[in-house]
Write a protein that binds this ligand. Structure first.
Ligand code: ZN
Ligand code: ZN
Length: 160
C-alpha cells in the first residue's frame, strides 16, 4: 500500500482507513465497527443458496422472498445489488423474459443447453431438460442457424 505525506492510504477504497502510524513501519488498518463486507458475504451466500434450493430461474422478487427467510432484514434493493454483483462476477446470468421481470439462473446451470417452461398461473419459470433439436429444417434456404431460445408456457403441476 502506498502512503502519502499524511500517512493516509492513497487507495480510495470503501473502508475507512485510519490509525496508520506516521513512521510507516507498522501500519494498522481499522475498519468501522459494523463490518459491511461480512454482512454482504452473508447476503450473497443467502442468494446463492436460494438458487441452489429452488433449482430454477428466479426473479428479484422471488430471490427476495427466499433469501429473506434466512436474513429477515434483507431489503429488495440489497437483493438487487447482490444480483448485480453476482452477475458481474459471472456466477449468475440473466434469463430475459419478454414483457416481464428478468429471471436469473446460476451460470453453472446456464452452461448446459436447456430450455424453460413458464407457468402462466404462478408466473414461475422452470428448467426443461431436453431439446427438440432438428431446428435447422425450419430455417429458410441459405440461412445459417446459430442459436435458439425456446420457452414453453402453460400451467405447472401446482397450478394445473
Ligand atoms: Zn404455476
Ligand atoms: Zn435447445
Amino acid at each position: 500500500m502506498l502512503l502519502n505525506g499524511n500517512g493516509m492510504s492513497t487507495t480510495n477504497d470503501n473502508c475507512l482507513s485510519f490509525g496508520v502510524l506516521k513512521a510507516g513501519l507498522i501500519s494498522i488498518q481499522r475498519y468501522p465497527e459494523v463490518v459491511p463486507v461480512q454482512r454482504q458475504t452473508k447476503q450473497m451466500q443467502a442468494i446463492r443458496d436460494a438458487f441452489v434450493h429452488a433449482g430454477r430461474p428466479l426473479s428479484i422478487d422471488e430471490l427476495h422472498d427466499l433469501a429473506a427467510k434466512d436474513i429477515t432484514s434483507l431489503g429488495q434493493r440489497t437483493v438487487y445489488r447482490a444480483v448485480r454483483k453476482l452477475e458481474d462476477a459471472g456466477d449468475i446470468v440473466s434469463v430475459p423474459v419478454p414483457g416481464s421481470a428478468d429471471r436469473y439462473e446460476l451460470a453453472s446451470a446456464a452452461s448446459t443447453h436447456h430450455h424453460h417452461f413458464h407457468c402462466t398461473g404462478c408466473d414461475r419459470y422452470f428448467d426443461i431438460h431436453g431439446c427438440p433439436g432438428g431446428l435447422n429444417k425450419l430455417v429458410p434456404e441459405g440461412f445459417q442457424l446459430e442459436h435458439h431460445d425456446l420457452t414453453l408456457s402453460g400451467l405447472c403441476a401446482s397450478c394445473a
